[in-house]
Design a protein around this ligand. Sequence first.
Ligand SMILES: Nc1nc2c(ncn2[C@@H]2O[C@H](COP(=O)(O)OP(=O)(O)O)[C@@H](O)[C@H]2O)c(=O)[nH]1
Ligand SMILES: [Mg+2]
Length: 268
Amino acid sequence: MTIKGPRARSASAPSLSFDVLDLEEYHHDGRPHIIRVILLGCSGVGKSALIETFDSSSDSNDELSREHDTNCEIYEKKILVDNEEVVIQLVDTPPYGQENFEENEDSYLTAGDAYLLVYSVTDKRSFKKACELRFKLRRTKETETDPIILVANKTDLERSREIQYEEGRHFAATFDCKHVETSVPLSHNVDELFLGVIRQYRLRKHVRSEDLDANHNHESPRRMLQKRRSSLLKRARGMLGRLLRRKHPNEPSGYRSRSKSCHILEVL
Ligand SMILES: Nc1nc2c(ncn2[C@@H]2O[C@H](COP(=O)(O)OP(=O)(O)O)[C@@H](O)[C@H]2O)c(=O)[nH]1
Ligand SMILES: [Mg+2]
């Protein structure tokens, strides 16, 4: 069986050969919604360790179920996020650059509901790879609304740091993703990361459904209000910007607000 359900969007993408539950069925038979989160990044950055730490620390009665395949490992766990049950499905991919990764790359890049691009702050090369993956996702995904989180792991190894906090944050703010620094031995931000990716998914899903409404010419009053407010704000900011001339010429639009909030997973 291959990955099924609405997440396997690209017909041309090669299928993964592991067994997974039929997500459509799973969603409609009264059980909690499944959100598939794909972890990508160089070998040794800590993808598997992050999953194991999350499994051992998060309080849930449901054990993490595991399925193994030569292409990847899949973990499923039922968790409560903001009083709503959800099944988080974590897909732990093999090292980026290995033969089976290249073969299945399109599947990994299209099959997720959300993506964690993991790098180690002690390894510049892994940061470059994570950035490359961000660009690939931009090209591969049909939608720009799936959450993408740039995960800077191994922050406990401060002395060997090669990538500064600001570098990760700058990239995330420029290319519309979130940025979280984590450490496995310190359990720093690990639960927050996995709960946060669910929150991001929910926030962005809300935006998606509002867009659908707008496409059907039934714009919600809230959306209309937001639009009006944002155009007023834009004009006001434009005027202020001209007066103050503070904006850096290379800053993409929205950079400042994203930069301020790109480490907060509870807001868009
Ligand atoms: N110091 C430190 N070591 C870590 C951290 N995360 C993972 N590791 C170690 O890095 C090595 C590779 O981790 P692993 O999870 O196998 O990486 P993967 O190839 O991305 O799945 C292991 O020895 C882990 O114990 C971290 O946050 N800090
Ligand atoms: Mg691993």
